[in-house]
Write a protein that binds this ligand. Structure first.
Ligand code: PXL
Length: 278
């Protein structure tokens, strides 16, 4: 049977993040992507917009799950992103009740960046997110999220030993595989540390000094899609990091596109990287 992935995160109608990024990128990997929207926002909550509308969909998530149970709809993978505290127990229930044999849970613990929780997330959110992380096969926190999950101080720079200590501690929480994003040991390079519980792998790309919203979602979506095609953790992370760089490069210089990256321009490269023989 073909693999089917369910992504659970918000729909930001405009702003190029979460579901509107996951769906095209996972499809481009050749993987069926079902969606369960956790909320609908007019646009993302990061800087640039003066405000946003927000509709919570927790009630709908329950009715959708119940209908899926009646239809015996199930999934090979779950990829979670921007969700609320109240939705975490429900997501665990959905995973428990709709998993196919050997299903994997891929968690991007979206809640913070640059040392700060995103707008709308309370300080007790990381404790709740930990419950999802504990059950995950793969987690992809940035270093702010990793610090919040472990209750340690966020820093601007880390040594290799510190990075490996953080990844080990996240693995001890229960996350089987850890992909730490935003890792840098050289001011010119930015990348990821990948830990499978036994060994570490790294991948770095040139560091682009302009930062764009939504790049974490591009990275996580490509990792999720690539893993489902059978790529290893480091292969998936490498493809994802390259696609983020290509998306940023396609966006640089176009001031009208300040709200996100032009990931669409990187889709042909993604398709080639997933199927190098085609
Ligand atoms: O990229 C993560 C994300 C997802 N969804 C919404 C957001 C953000 C980050 O700010 O605002 C609505």
């Amino acid at each position: 049977m073909e693999k089917r992935l369910l992504t659970i995160q918000d729909i930001s109608c405009v702003g190029k993040c979460s579901t509107t990024v996951a769906l095209p990128l996972i499809s481009a990997c050749g993987i069926e992507c079902a969606v369960l929207p956790s909320s609908v926002l007019s646009n993302h909550t990061a800087s640039g917009y003066s405000g946003w509308t927000f509709r919570d969909l927790t009630e709908d998530m329950i009715t959708v799950m119940n209908q899926w149970l009646k239809e015996k709809i199930d999934f090979d993978a779950f990829y979670t992103g921007y969700v609320s505290k109240e939705q975490i127990p429900l997501i665990l229930e959905i995973i428990e009740k709709t998993s196919r044999n050997g299903a994997v849970t891929i968690v991007d613990p979206v809640m913070a960046d640059n040392g700060k929780l995103y707008a709308g997330f309370s300080s007790d959110f990381p404790q709740e997110m930990k419950k999802l992380v504990e059950k995950a096969d793969v987690i992809m926190p940035n270093l702010t999220e990793a610090s919040l999950l472990l209750g340690i101080e966020y820093k601007e720079t880390y040594t290799k030993d510190e990075i490996e200590d953080i990844a080990r501690k996240l693995n001890e929480l229960g996350a089987r595989n850890v992909i730490l994003t935003g890792v840098s040991f050289d001011p010119k390079m930015l990348g990821v540390a990948v830990f499978d519980g036994l060994t570490f792998d790294y991948y770095f790309t040139e560091k682009i000094l302009v930062s764009f919203h939504g790049t974490g979602d591009v990275f996580a979506s490509v990792v999720a899609g690539a893993l489902m095609t059978g790529k290893t953790l480091i292969e998936a992370s490498t493809i994802a990091a390259d696609i983020v760089v290509e998306s940023i490069k396609a966006t640089l210089g176009d001031d009208s596109h300040w709200y996100g990256v032009k990931f669409e321009k990187a889709i042909p490269a993604l398709v080639r990287k997933i199927n190098p023989s085609n």
